[in-house]
Design a protein around this ligand. Structure first.
Ligand code: NAD
Length: 494
């Protein structure tokens, strides 16, 4: 059993705050307890990050790249342990952890090891005629980061990697119920020989540990991934210091099936994209808008396939769907489905927590809801569970309007074999990612981030360097003349 719960200035230690428990949601059993980090240890972590900043930001890109490649090697050695811990603390199926969470994270480390050496910039030039202008792209300082519980390892990596590749130092607070793999990531940083204080991890509840980070004037930037409501609260806490912000918030992705779509592909895609990570994915398909001519077949196909999804022990390779992350989250999902049904919707399949053996875990059946109103809670708000709502539409125009008709704008997909429709959908749908004939795949080289209430700023890819660097214009006079032409506007020429 792990004895330390934070990583500050290159040392592992423990907090002194209230006791926290990490619960395996498949069984309800406590798998770890730790003491939360309070103001004092957060201040120590921020000071360690500040002290490490001058050395790390002035290290050569090649040195930072070498550290990241060493981290890549260390993570590869513990890939299976990471997958096991991720599955135990979140309840996600081990197959998903092994084939998506861990390899995705390791690939991201590999990507940023290379990207650290390629910070893009403009060429120098003489724009005024009398000066040479050039651009310096510089690290910002200490980044305070807060990450969610749905993909704890990947989200920690998405926060840490671009920040440190660009020369910043970081203090990260993972979600209080899923701290284990972020601490394992810190151990890998230590084994990789990172200088002390470049990466620091503190743990504890948002209002205690998270707020201590975000309120601090020692951070130059707050980067947050989580719900829209908490993200906006964090923005308010950071505002008095004028702290730079990066917000990756909630989603409510539409899944638009036009009348010419390959229906089998759309059905397979809808089930996979709505149930991935038990639906606890900010880009998950949540609202399927299907042309009326294909609607009944789509509903029947999705319901049939959802009925075949195997719920079970997350540690079993044959399990397709594990429990939700917590009983609280399961009850939230159950409440939203219940209210939808009370308001006139119908669950074609699922709609409830399973009984029997699975009743001791936070399980909820794969659920397809029909007959819900566009303005209803189940269609407008983030459920974050294995629930897909299907609604029919009659025209392309209506479909695109419905797709944009929520406050969110993180991700969307359109299913069509017509190139003009595909182009129209990608142009018109307001979302940070639009897939055509697929839904979910992400790539280290490409950006991930939201529009509207889903936040702003990009994770992954070299676009993330826009968030984690600041641009400086360096302008050098090149004529050597003491009297400049523009001085005339200030005083008479000598
Ligand atoms: P959450 O907002 O409840 O918590 C996220 C983090 O914020 C946790 O670490 C939590 O401890 C912390 N927090 C809570 N209150 C805080 C406070 N007052 N001050 C500072 N920090 C505080 O979100 P969650 O339930 O952990 O995660 C699910 C949410 O995350 C969903 O809304 C999902 O869409 C979103 N998400 C978004 C993305 C994205 O890239 N846009 C990715 C993953 C998850």
């Amino acid at each position: 059993m792990r004895e330390t719960s934070n990583y500050i200035g290159g040392s592992f230690g423990t907090g002194t705050g209230p006791e926290q428990t990490v619960i395996n949601p498949a069984t309800g059993e406590t798998i770890w307890t730790y003491r939360a980090d309070e103001e004092r240890s957060v201040a120590a972590a921020l000071a360690a990050a500040r002290d490490a900043f001058p050395g790390w930001s002035q290290a050569t890109p090649a040195d930072r790249s070498a550290a990241l490649y060493a981290l890549f090697g260390e993570l590869e050695k513990v890939a299976e342990e990471l997958a096991q811990a991720e599955s135990a603390q979140t309840g996600k199926p081990i197959r998903l952890a092994r084939e998506f969470d861990v390899p995705g994270t390791i690939d991201n480390v590999n990507f940023f090891a290379g990207a650290a050496r390629t910070l893009p910039g403009h060429a120098s030039a003489e724009y005024s005629g009398d000066h040479t202008s050039s651009i310096r792209r510089q690290a910002i300082g200490v980044v305070g980061s807060i990450s969610p519980w749905n993909y704890p390892l990947q989200m920690a990596a998405w926060k840490i990697l671009p920040a440190i590749a660009a020369g910043n130092t970081i203090v990260l607070k993972p979600a209080e119920n899923t701290p284990l793999t972020s601490l394992m990531l810190a151990e890998a940083c230590e084994r990789a020989g990172f200088p002390a204080g470049v990466v620091n991890i503190v743990n504890g509840p948002g209002p205690l540990t998270g707020e201590a980070i975000v309120r601090s004037p020692l951070i130059s930037m707050a980067s947050f991934t989580g719900s829209t409501v908490v993200g906006r609260h964090v923005a308010g806490l950071a505002a008095p210091n004028g702290t730079r912000l990066h917000l990756e918030l909630g989603g409510k992705a539409p899944f638009v099936v036009f009348d010419d779509a390959d229906l089998d592909a759309a059905i397979q895609g809808a089930v996979a994209a709505s149930l991935i990570n038990t639906g606890q994915d900010c880009t998950a398909a949540t609202r399927a808008y299907v042309h009326r001519s294909r609607y009944d077949d789509f509903v029947a196909g999705v319901a049939e396939l959802m009925g075949k999804v195997r719920l079970g022990d997350p540690s079993d390779e044959d399990t397709d769907q594990g429990p939700l992350v917590s009983f609280k989250q399961r009850d939230k999902v159950a409440g939203m489905v219940e209210r939808a049904i009370t308001a006139g919707a119908r669950a074609v399949t699922g709609g409830k927590a399973p009984g029997g053996e699975l009743a001791r875990g936070a399980y909820f059946e794969p659920t397809l809801v029909v007959d819900a109103e566009q303005k209803s809670e189940i269609v407008q708000e983030e459920v974050f569970g294995p629930v897909l709502a299907a609604l029919p539409f009659d025209s392309d125009e209506e479909a695109l309007e419905l797709a944009n008709d929520t406050p969110f704008g993180l991700a969307a997909s359109a299913w069509t074999t017509n190139v003009y429709r595909a182009q129209e959908a990608t142009r018109r749908i307001d979302a940070g990612t639009v897939w055509i004939n697929d839904h979910i795949p992400i790539i280290s080289e490409m950006p991930h981030g939201g529009m509207k209430a889903s936040g702003y700023g990009k994770d992954m890819s070299t676009y993330s360097f826009e968030e984690y660097t600041q641009v400086k214009h360096v302008i050098t006079e090149i004529t050597g003349e003491p009297v400049k032409e523009w001085h005339r506007t200030i005083y008479r020429q000598r």
